[in-house]
Design a protein around this ligand. Structure first.
Ligand code: GBH
Length: 462
């Protein structure tokens, strides 16, 4: 019998990185252990009415105590890489001062165990868990938070620099700025459009300052990156007003980060569009040059496209200044349990756009995946055929983008485990491994077996 995996019809390049992704607050639990103090997500989730069902990350998937079991799951999948985030409130609880050894020790054990299993650790420094004390001092709309972040980056790199292969400064600053300070559906739950724009700038500044701190602290071979949730924006029609709506959302969703980080400038149209909210005087001389620090790759999180037309949208909005001009349309076709459309074409559009706009920048899909309800059969097997179909379609889109010249180096599936899905709590399951939150029992779903086969054969069949 030939035991070799069947040859893929859509083969990915040799050396392509296959991974899964998680984030600290969504899986770790152990919210008060070993010196950890509250982050804005602890405060937010403990505030009645903010998170569905009153769920919090107090226990989550208990990964803090089940790390070895979770690394065994990764090894079984055969991933080359694992993307996790480091909890700032574990490492530097007040956001100032020296690092807490016990907090660092957890990530030392995690990265040592990953490396022992032959898995590259890919660490994100900020996946939304700002120490509450820094929010109390003003949070991301306050300029000093950027400097505090660079200091945290430095002391973390000093401690873990020999263990982590890839360092990502920020995860999705768009969400952190505009859902956190604009629409208020994420922590800290503020609804201040001008403050959200300030926060976005301070994320760019924090990123640039952190890149400088990381370069100083890390070995030359370390890869430094930034992850953005770029929006695949589509106008509903070729009507000039619809095109203008798409331009505005592209400026506020994409170019607000891409232009400072890759070109050292702010988009002129963004500044003009938001003139009624701010004069952008919080952008100091030199800030854009700081944000423009060279990085080694760009991480992209993609779930679904954004379709817009001329019109109006409700306030508070995560899109400051567009409420009387832009309407968001439900895209046609099937939906996930989040009610997000399944549309792999949007990922192809995004990757080929970045191929054209950012020549020479290696791209990594740092998140892609879908929430669906699982079906357990009487034997306990967990079936998730829609997730397999979603993942297959999106990997096929990545393959097509590669064939058309996009420099995509890797793919991280969101997520390894069912976890705390932010404002939705535990009601939405993104994992390829089912978690029974009452017992913390892990059960790989059909999608996990499917992904292991994709990795083993280096691509898709059919
Ligand atoms: C990611 O966020 C997170 O990094 C991850 O922690 C999370 O669990 C995962 O995705 C699944 O949600 O805001 O009106 O424009 C993705 C968040 C969701 C942000 C869709 C943009 C579009 C609707 N993205 N959202 S809107």
């Amino acid at each position: 019998v030939d035991a070799r995996p069947e040859a893929p019809t859509l083969a990915f390049p040799a050396g392509f990185r296959w991974g899964t992704a998680t984030a600290a607050y969504q899986i770790e639990g152990a919210a008060t252990e070993d010196g950890r103090t509250p982050s804005i997500w602890d405060t937010f989730s403990r505030t009645p009415g903010r998170v569905r069902n009153g769920d919090t990350g107090d226990i989550a998937a208990d990964h803090y105590h089940r790390m070895d079991e979770d690394i065994a799951l990764l090894a079984e999948l055969g991933v080359s890489d694992y993307r996790f985030s480091i909890a700032w409130p574990r490492v530097q609880p007040t956001g100032r001062g020296p690092a807490v050894q016990k907090g660092l020790d957890f990530y030392r054990r995690l990265t040592d165990a990953l490396r022992a299993a032959g898995i590259r650790p890919v660490a994100t420094l900020y996946h939304w868990d700002l120490p509450q004390e820094l929010e109390d001092a003003g949070g991301w709309p306050h300029r000093d938070t950027a400097a505090r972040f660079a200091e945290y980056a430095h002391l973390t790199a000093d401690a873990l620099g020999d263990r982590v292969a890839t360092w990502t400064t920020l995860n999705e600053p768009w969400c952190a700025a505009f859902l956190g300070y604009g629409s208020g559906v994420h922590a800290p739950g503020r609804t201040e459009p001008a403050a959200a724009l300030r926060a976005a700038h301070h994320f760019n500044l924090a990123h640039g300052l952190a890149v400088r701190a990381l370069r100083a602290a890390l070995p030359a071979a370390a890869e430094i990156s930034l992850t953005l949730n770029l929006h695949a924006v589509r106008p509903a029609s070729g009507d000039p007003d619809d095109l203008d709506a798409a331009r505005r959302i592209d400026a506020l969703g994409n170019r607000i980060f891409l232009d400072p980080v890759f070109h050292g400038r702010l988009p002129d149209d963004l500044v003009a569009d938001t003139a009624a909210l701010t004069d952008w005087s919080f952008v100091h001389d030199g800030d854009l040059a700081t944000a423009h620090a060279p990085i080694d790759s760009l991480g992209i999180n993609y779930y679904a496209p954004t379709v817009v037309a001329a019109g109006t949208s409700p306030t508070p909005s995560p899109w400051p200044g567009t409420e009387d001009r832009v309407r968001f349309l439900p895209a046609p076709g099937p939906r996930t349990a989040m009610d997000w459309p399944v549309d792999a074409e949007g990922l192809y559009e995004l990757l080929t756009r970045l191929r054209d706009d950012l020549p020479g920048v290696p791209l990594v899909i740092t998140e892609n995946g879908a929430a669906y309800d699982d079906y357990a059969d009487p034997s306990g097997d967990v079936h998730d055929p829609e997730r397999v179909a979603y993942l297959h379609a999106h990997l096929a889109a990545v393959h097509r983008a590669l064939a058309d010249g996009a420099d995509v180096r890797g793919y991280f599936l969101w997520s390894l485990l069912d976890n705390f899905e932010w404002a939705y709590g535990y009601g939405k399951r993104f994992g390829i491994v089912h978690v029974d939150f009452a017992t913390q029992r892990r059960t790989p779903k059909d999608s996990a077996r499917w992904y292991a086969r994709v990795i083993a054969r280096g691509g898709l069949t059919g």
